[in-house]
Design a protein around this ligand. Structure first.
Ligand code: NAP
Length: 280
């Protein structure tokens, strides 16, 4: 089965490399064509060319309008994708737009957003939240299994709705980590020992294990862009459900984005906690 893969950014490039490494027949396309070099796959000149003859077409681009452009724009996926293929969007976008895209596509669609960062993408350990029909998810499964652990959460759109849950939880983790580490630093504790000690207890988490160093060093290399997490919180809050912690983190992220920190890793929300503690 041929796999078309579109979007070779921080996440897409290591994911495409894994598919190639697993021996799948992969053809890649990226808007900035140089990024296709070094993946080790055939290259397609457009999303339409990547989708032609494919059994599964994966999209991994930034945001809702970008998925729309890749699927339905000039030389988009929809113009060539075979009716018996499955379009698998692994970007994080709006659940409502996902359902609308599913209706417009000439083939079945699965939404399969992920959690686990570029580290998980390279290691094939992403948490994949899949929405779609049983048959469509089954068709995509051999591809998704190479990338991580798949949970079929419900019909199309459920994957994105689940990802919104994930992003609300993650926002709380990052903010809590920032406040806790700032408390330790302000008390003059040996923070390597602190992180080592608490990582073995109840607050053990991916965020603490992988991003505490950023907060301690006040450096926030990517990772996952703060501006994208802010977009995800906006998606979650558009639900109309009152989520006080998510609202607070959104306000902090809006402030930091307006100061020009939106392209830093989301752990940069610690800038605000550090500032309030007089640490920077
Ligand atoms: P990224 O590094 O900024 O890469 C974005 C990719 O999308 C690039 O390949 C870019 O092409 C392409 N793109 C953007 N707009 C486009 C458009 N209008 N038409 C065609 N291509 C377009 O982003 P990322 O970190 O890989 O994230 C990708 C998705 O995964 C996002 O939805 C994000 O929320 C989600 N995600 C990210 C992480 C993470 O830790 N980074 C974790 C989980 C989920 P160019 O190269 O031409 O710019």
């Amino acid at each position: 089965m041929r796999v078309g893969f579109i979007g070779l950014g921080t996440m897409g490039a290591p994911m495409a490399r894994r598919l190639v490494g697993a021996g799948l027949d992969v053809v890649v396309h990226n808007r900035t064509r140089e990024r296709e070099e070094g993946i080790g796959a055939d290259r397609a000149a457009s999303p339409a060319d990547a989708a032609r003859g494919a059994g599964v077409v994966v999209t991994m681009v930034s945001d809702t309008p970008d998925v729309e452009a890749v699927l339905f724009g000039d030389r988009g996926v929809a113009s060539t994708v075979p009716p018996d293929a499955v379009a698998v969007d692994m970007s994080t976008i709006s659940p409502a737009a996902t359902r609308e895209f599913g209706e417009r596509l000439p083939c079945e669609m699965v939404d399969a957003p992920v959690s686990g960062g570029p580290e998980g993408a390279a290691a094939g350990t992403l948490a994949i939240m899949a929405g779609g029909s049983l048959e469509a998810v089954a068709q995509a499964q051999p591809v998704l299994d190479v990338l991580g652990r798949v949970t079929h959460v419900g019909p199309l759109g459920s994957g994105q709705a689940t990802k919104a849950v994930n992003q609300v939880v993650i926002g709380g983790f990052y903010q809590a980590m920032a406040e806790g580490l700032v408390l330790g630093m302000a008390q003059g504790l040996d923070m390597d020992r602190v992180v080592g000690a608490i990582s073995g207890g109840a607050c053990r988490s991916w965020v603490l294990e992988n991003r505490a160093r950023n907060v301690l060093e006040d450096r926030y290399p990517l990772g996952f862009k703060l501006s994208l997490h802010l977009r995800d919180l906006r998606i979650a809050l558009e639900s109309g459900i009152d989520l006080p912690l998510a609202r607070m983190v959104r306000a902090i992220e809006e402030g930091l984005a307006s100061e020009g920190f939106g392209d830093e890793d989301v752990s940069a929300i610690a800038r605000e906690a550090r500032r309030r503690a007089g640490l920077s």
